[in-house]
Design a protein around this ligand. Structure first.
Ligand SMILES: Cc1ncc(C[n+]2csc(CCOP(=O)(O)OP(=O)(O)O)c2C)c(N)n1
Ligand SMILES: [Mg+2]
Length: 805
C-alpha cells in the first residue's frame, strides 16, 4: 500500500472511482437518451473509452497530481475529467447536463471552451501527448531564464494505446531525448483496443524498448492486487502464465462474456484436479470475473504505488497500464465498443449496482458508503484542487512601438526579418530577454543566424562550439547555454508547431510571458497544419515566420512552392496573417505583433470578438507572416501613423484612384514590382489607375465580414477598413488582383462594391525557372496584369503591351 494513504483514504478513493465511472457513463447516457434530441443526430460520447481510464484518473486527480502539474487528457475520456472536476466543485451540473450540447461541457477537453480548467485541448489524437513533452521543455527553458520560487510541475499525458500510432508522438520523443526531457509522464491506457480493432500482440514490448531507447523509465502496471494475491496461492503461477500468454482478442472476448465463460476457458486450459482447479473453484463466477478484470490499470493500490514511486524523481516516465475498454460496464471488452453505448436497460442495471436511486443520478455522494461529510472533507484536501486558480497571469510586457532596421535600396522581406531580429539581439530590455526563437533545422536559411550569434542556443547545460575553439572560421558562432534564446529543433514541422503551442502558453502555465517566434519554409506549414490549428485552438500566442514562399522561390521547383497558404492564413481562426512586400511594412507589423500576441490571453480566450472588436484587436491572437527571398526595390518614405495603421489594418493606397478611375490593381507580397510596372504601363494610356497595396488579405476579409454582420444586426454605420478604401473606387472601374498564391486570396475584393474583377494568381503546381519565367508562365507578371485590365475594363488600346507567350 502506498505509504501516505490510510485504509480510510483508500476506501474513499475506491468509492470515488465508482462515482467517476458512474458520472461519466451517466453524462453520456443523459446526452443521448434523456435530453431532448432536436435534430435526429446521434449525440455520441465514449462510455467504454472513459471507463478504461476511470481508475487511473481517480488515482491521479484525487491523489498524485499537484496544482502545478498539467495534464493532457485522452480526448474521448473527457467525461471522466468533467466528472472529476464536478466532484471537486469545479464543474457545474448544468454543464454536465449539456454535455456535447450548446455551451455545455465539451466533447473533448478544451482549454478555452470548457469552464473547468482544462490544461491542454485535445481531440486530434497524438497532439496532446506531444504537447506535454514540449511543455516540460518550456518549463525548463523558463526556469533557466527566469529563476522562480514556483514549484516545478509535471506534465502528464493520458494516452490511448492506439493513439500511440500517431507519428507526431515519436517525432516529439526524439526531440525530448535531445533536450534532456524531465518531469514528463505518459500514462498509456493499454486496453489493446482502438476504434476499429484489437491491437497486435506484444505491442507493449515495442513500447518498452522504444521508450528506454529514448531515455525514459518504463513502468508496467500489468496485474492488480487481487491478481497478485491469487498468484501467490497454490496454482497461482499457472494462472499468471496463462494470463501472460492469452491473446488480446481472447482476453477481451472472455471479459465481455463474463464469469461463466472465464471458468469454462480456464478449466479447459488449466484444470488439473489439483491446486489450479481449487484456485478457480473456490471463486464464484462473479469473483472470477472480478479477478480476471483486475488488471493493473483498474487497481488503485497498484496504480497509487506506481505513481508514488515514480514521483520520487523527475525522470520522464512511461506507464504501460493494462486496462479493459469498458471496464465495469456492460460494454467491457467487446471489440465494437468504441462508440457503443449502454442501452437504457443496461444503464438501469448499472444504476442499481452503484446504489444510485432514480432521480438522484447527479447527486455527488449518492450510493457511497462513507458519510458525505467525510467524503467532502477528503475532497477538500485533494492536493490537485488546493489552489484557487491553477493558471497564472503574466503582466503585460512593454514592447517598442517601432523596430529599428536599416533599409537598403533593394532587399527582401526575409532579409529584413533577419536584420530586425539581429538589431533586437543587441538589446537588453526585459522584452528582448523574453523573445525565444525556434526552427526545425531552417534557422540559417530563414535568416535567424545573426540573432542566434548574439543570443545563443538554449540547452540546460553549456556546450561549446568546437569549430570556434578550433578557430575554424564560420559565419555562425553558436554555443549552447542555459541563457540561450533559440531552441534548435530537428526537421519536424509538427514539433515546431507543438513547441510554439507550448511556448505560447507559458504566460498561463509558467507565469512568464514569452515572445515565441518560429520560422519554417512556407510550403511546409501544411506538414504541421493540425498542430498549428490546435495551437490556435488553445489560444497559444506566437509569431510564425514562413519564408520563402510561393513560386517566387523560383529555383526550388514545384515541391517547394506554396500556393494555398494565404488561404490557410485567412481561414485559420486565432491567426492574423500578413504578407508584406516592403521591409518598412514588415517592421510595422512585427512591432504591432509583439503587442497583439499579449492581448486577451486566457481571459479573452473563447470569447467571441465583439461587434466593435472585429479583428480580435482586443482579444489578440497569434500572427503568421508570409515572407519572401525576392530582393525588391524599397520605397523611400516615412511610415506615417496613418500609413502604419493601413499596414496593420491590411491595406493602403499606393496610388489613390481618382473619380474617373477605370482600373485598380490590388496586389499582395512579392509581386509588388509587377503591379507597379503594370500601373506604369497602363498609366501612359489611362490617366487614372489605382494601386492598392494589401498587407493582410486576412484582416481585410475578417473586417469586411464582421462589418456586414454588424450592419445586419443594426449597427448601420459599421464600416470595415477595406470598405472605406473601396469607397474611393468608382463602381464602373475594374479590379485586377494579383498575388503569388491562389487567386482566391484577393479575388473577393470585387464583391465589396460589385466591381468587375479579374483575380490573377497561381492555381497549379509550380516548377523550376527564373522569376520572370515563372511569373510569365503563371500569368502574374506586368504583362498579364495589363492584359487582364484590358479584358475587364476596355479603354484605349494599350500600345505598350508586350507580346504574350
Ligand atoms: C487524428 C485523429 N484521427 C482519428 C481520430 C478518431 N479517433 C478517436 S479515438 C480513436 C481510437 C483511439 O483508440 P485508443 O487510443 O486506443 O483509445 P481507446 O478508445 O481505446 O481508449 C480514433 C481513431 C481522432 N480523434 N484524431
Ligand atoms: Mg485503446
Amino acid at each position: 500500500m502506498p505509504t501516505n494513504l490510510t485504509a480510510t483514504d483508500l476506501k474513499i478513493l475506491a468509492e470515488l472511482e465508482k462515482k467517476v465511472l458512474w458520472l461519466s457513463s451517466w453524462t453520456i447516457h443523459h446526452a443521448n437518451h434523456v435530453r431532448a434530441n432536436v435534430d435526429g443526430l446521434k449525440v455520441g460520447g465514449h462510455q467504454a473509452s472513459s471507463a478504461s481510464l476511470a481508475t487511473i484518473m481517480t488515482a491521479l486527480y484525487f491523489h498524485t497530481l499537484r496544482p502545478q502539474d498539467r495534464v493532457a487528457v485522452k480526448p474521448h475520456a473527457s467525461p471522466n475529467f468533467h466528472a472529476i472536476q464536478y466532484l471537486l466543485g469545479r464543474q457545474t451540473r448544468d454543464k454536465l447536463e449539456a454535455f456535447r450540447g450548446y455551451k455545455g461541457a465539451q466533447s473533448y477537453p478544451s482549454r478555452t471552451k470548457d469552464a473547468d480548467d482544462v490544461d491542454f485541448s485535445t481531440g486530434s489524437v497524438g497532439l496532446g501527448v506531444a504537447q506535454t513533452l514540449f511543455s516540460s521543455l518550456v518549463q525548463d527553458y523558463v526556469r533557466a531564464h527566469f529563476p522562480s520560487k514556483k514549484p516545478e510541475g509535471r506534465m502528464v499525458a493520458l494516452v490511448g494505446d492506439a493513439e500511440m500510432d500517431e507519428g507526431n508522438i515519436f517525432e516529439a520523443m526524439l526531440e525530448g531525448w535531445k533536450h534532456g526531457l524531465r518531469n514528463c509522464w505518459w500514462v498509456i491506457d493499454y486496453n489493446r483496443q482502438s476504434l476499429d480493432a484489437v491491437i497486435r500482440e506484444g505491442l507493449w514490448a515495442r513500447y518498452e524498448t522504444m521508450f528506454k531507447n529514448f531515455g525514459w523509465d518504463v513502468v508496467i502496471v500489468k496485474y492488480g492486487s487481487l491478481q497478485e494475491a491469487a498468484f501467490k496461492e497454490p496454482g497461482g503461477e499457472a494462472l499468471r502464465k496463462w494470463i501472460d500468454s492469452c491473446p488480446n482478442q481472447l482476453y477481451s472476448a472472455l471479459t465481455f462474456q463474463g464469469g461463466a465463460a472465464w471458468r469454462k476457458r480456464l478449466m479447459n486450459d488449466l484444470g488439473d484436479q489439483g491446486p489450479v482447479t481449487r484456485l478457480i473453484d473456490k471463486r464464484s463466477d462473479e469473483e472470477l470475473a472480478r479477478l480476471m478484470g483486475n488488471l493493473g490499470g483498474h487497481d488503485l493500490p497498484a496504480l497509487l504505488e506506481a505513481f508514488d514511486t515514480a514521483a520520487l524523481t523527475d525522470r520522464p516516465t512511461c506507464f504501460i497500464c493494462y486496462t479493459i475498454k469498458g471496464s465495469g460496464l456492460a460494454l467491457a471488452g467487446h471489440k465494437d465498443n468504441h462508440a457503443g453505448m449502454m442501452t437504457p436497460a443496461q444503464m438501469d442495471q448499472l444504476r442499481a449496482a452503484m446504489g444510485v436511486r432514480a432521480g438522484h443520478e447527479w447527486d455527488k455522494f449518492e450510493g457511497l458508503a462513507t458519510p458525505p461529510e467525510e467524503l467532502q472533507a477528503f475532497l477538500d484536501r485533494v492536493p490537485f484542487a488546493t489552489k484557487e486558480s491553477r493558471r497564472y497571469q503574466a503582466p503585460h510586457v512593454d514592447v517598442p512601438s517601432e523596430l529599428a532596421v536599416t533599409i537598403q535600396p533593394t532587399m527582401s522581406t526575409q532579409m529584413g526579418f533577419g536584420q530586425i531580429l539581429n538589431e533586437l539581439g543587441r538589446g537588453d530590455s526585459d522584452f528582448v530577454k523574453r523573445i525565444v526563437t525556434t526552427s526545425p533545422d531552417v534557422t540559417v536559411s530563414t535568416n535567424l543566424g545573426p540573432w542566434v550569434n548574439r543570443r545563443n542556443l538554449f540547452a540546460r547545460e553549456k556546450m561549446a562550439d568546437t569549430f570556434k575553439s578550433e578557430r575554424i572560421a564560420s559565419t555562425f558562432n553558436w554555443e549552447f547555454a542555459p541563457t540561450g534564446q533559440h531552441i534548435e529543433l530537428g526537421i519536424a514541422e509538427n514539433n515546431l508547431f507543438i513547441a510554439l503551442s507550448a511556448l505560447g502558453l507559458s504566460h498561463s502555465i509558467n507565469g512568464e510571458r514569452l515572445f515565441p517566434i518560429g520560422t519554417l519554409y512556407d510550403p511546409f506549414i501544411a506538414r504541421g497544419l493540425d498542430a498549428l490549428n490546435y495551437a490556435c485552438y488553445q489560444e497559444a500566442r506566437f509569431i510564425l515566420v514562413a519564408t520563402p514562399s510561393g513560386i517566387t522561390l523560383a529555383g526550388e521547383g514545384g515541391a517547394h512552392q506554396s500556393i494555398g497558404t494565404p488561404l490557410i492564413g485567412m481561414a485559420q481562426d486565432g491567426l492574423a496573417a500578413f504578407e508584406p512586400a516592403y521591409v518598412d511594412e514588415l517592421a510595422a507589423i512585427l512591432a504591432w505583433s509583439f503587442d497583439y500576441i499579449q492581448k486577451g490571453g486566457d481571459e479573452g480566450a473563447g470569447v467571441e470578438p465583439s461587434e466593435r472588436n472585429w479583428l480580435r484587436d482586443e482579444t489578440g491572437g497569434s500572427v503568421y507572416l508570409r515572407l519572401s527571398t525576392r530582393p525588391v526595390e524599397q520605397i523611400k518614405r516615412a511610415v506615417t501613423p496613418e500609413l502604419r495603421q493601413g499596414i496593420i489594418d491590411g491595406a493602403y493606397w499606393m496610388r489613390k484612384p481618382g473619380p474617373n478611375c477605370q482600373v485598380v490593381v490590388a496586389y499582395t507580397g512579392a509581386v509588388a514590382p509587377e503591379a507597379i510596372e503594370a500601373i506604369g504601363l497602363m498609366g501612359e494610356d489611362r490617366r487614372d489607375v489605382g494601386l492598392l497595396a494589401v498587407t493582410s488579405a486576412d484582416r481585410l476579409n475578417a473586417g469586411w465580414s464582421a462589418a456586414q454582420r454588424a450592419r445586419e444586426r443594426g449597427l448601420v454605420n459599421a464600416r470595415a477598413h477595406i470598405e472605406r478604401l473601396m469607397a474611393e473606387v468608382p463602381l464602373h472601374a475594374g479590379i485586377v488582383t494579383v498575388c503569388d498564391a491562389h487567386p482566391a486570396t484577393l479575388g473577393w475584393l470585387g464583391a465589396i462594391q460589385g466591381n468587375r474583377t479579374r483575380a490573377l494568381g497561381v492555381e497549379h503546381f509550380g516548377q523550376t525557372g527564373s522569376i520572370p519565367d515563372l511569373y510569365r508562365h503563371y500569368g502574374i507578371d506586368a504583362n498579364a496584369i495589363v492584359a487582364a485590365a484590358e479584358a475587364i475594363a476596355p479603354g484605349r488600346p494599350i500600345r505598350h503591351l508586350k507580346a504574350l507567350p
